[in-house]
Design a protein around this ligand. Structure first.
Ligand code: ASP
Length: 302
């Protein structure tokens, strides 16, 4: 792996497999906690978040601590960015404090890629605009592989606001490298046709029933209202046409799992019954986030 982790697109299949296997080794037994290791003792990780985050930031902080590293978190609201400092100047300032890595989330697609050309400190992309969210795709793959022997040939339906979703893009890159059959589904205005070209094995449909047919994995996405600058979004109609409800699950395979990267909006992307359904693995995804981020930090810094 090159310095840092910028996206799934640049990773080879063996690199992804190695990270997923390492994450598996970090997973705790059901009655235990994550291991407390010392492999990154004395290292300092800076989490720099220019966009809101609950899961990702906390998970990176816990992963760093579990490896014996220290971490500090900075959010845009409390940083000099709000005083007009440029992104490059903010990053150079942080690098002068000698962190071992910078974990970064930014609203502009490509921001971490741009910065990585100028910095020697490794950058881990924790989500850049609508582009990539690599650790999300890795934890999603880990969660699927906890329940299935392989990703090969699985039918994965990704449903919702595809246009604005970095989660969808990273998952398409990862799943296609492993030969999954991917269906992207959403209203036409949120389903750019060019996404079909993103990777082999990608199909598009605006019909949720078609997307769900024989699906092994159902991945629901949040409607990213913060990225929609056009006319008002018809939220109640959206649930009627694209919200996942219990009766929909009959179309999928009997053992299909329901995923969501969070934050979930009950009654918008999925019904409360589906969110709490026994085959919903949303909290398993959160749990796997720590193991996957431990594997990534160890690889990038270790
Ligand atoms: N948490 C994910 C992200 O940051 C998904 C979302 O916000 O809807 O992309």
């Amino acid at each position: 792996m090159a310095r840092g982790l910028l996206g799934i697109e640049d990773l080879s299949r063996p690199e992804i497999e190695a990270l997923l296997e390492r994450a598996r080794q970090f997973q705790p037994q059901p009655d235990q906690n994550y291991p407390r290791l010392e492999s990154l003792r004395g290292r300092m990780i800076v989490n720099l978040f220019f966009e809101a985050s609950t899961r990702t930031r906390t998970s990176f902080e816990i992963a760093a601590r579990r490896l014996g590293a220290e971490s500090v978190s900075i959010t845009a609201a409390g940083s000099s960015v709000s005083k007009g400092e440029s992104l490059v100047d903010t990053l150079n300032t942080l690098v002068a404090m000698r962190p071992s890595a910078i974990v970064m989330r930014h609203g502009a697609s490509g921001a971490p890629h741009f910065l990585s050309r100028y910095l020697t400190t490794p950058i881990v992309n924790a989500g850049d605009g609508t582009h990539e969210h690599p650790t999300q795709a890795l934890l999603d793959a880990r969660t699927i592989l906890d329940r299935r022997p392989s990703l090969e040939g699985l039918r994965v339906a990704i449903i919702g606001d595809i246009a604005h979703s970095r989660v969808a893009r990273s998952n398409v890159h990862l799943l296609s490298k492993f030969g999954a059959d991917i269906v992207l589904c959403g209203p036409a205005s949120l389903l750019p046709v060019e996404l079909k070209e993103l990777a082999p094995g990608v199909h598009l449909t605006t019909d949720i029933r078609e997307a769900l047919k024989d699906a092994d994995v159902i991945m629901m996405l949040r409607v990213q209202l913060e990225r929609q600058h056009e006319a008002a979004f018809p939220a109640s109609e959206y649930f009627r046409f694209y919200g996942l409800r219990l009766e929909h699950l009959d179309l999928a395979r009997p053992d299909a799992i329901v995923m969501h990267p969070g934050p979930i909006n009950r009654g918008r992307e999925l019904s409360s019954e589906v969110a709490d359904f026994q085959r919903s693995v949303i909290l398993n995804q959160v749990e796997n986030g720590i193991a996957v981020r431990m594997a990534v930090l160890e690889k990038v810094i270790g």
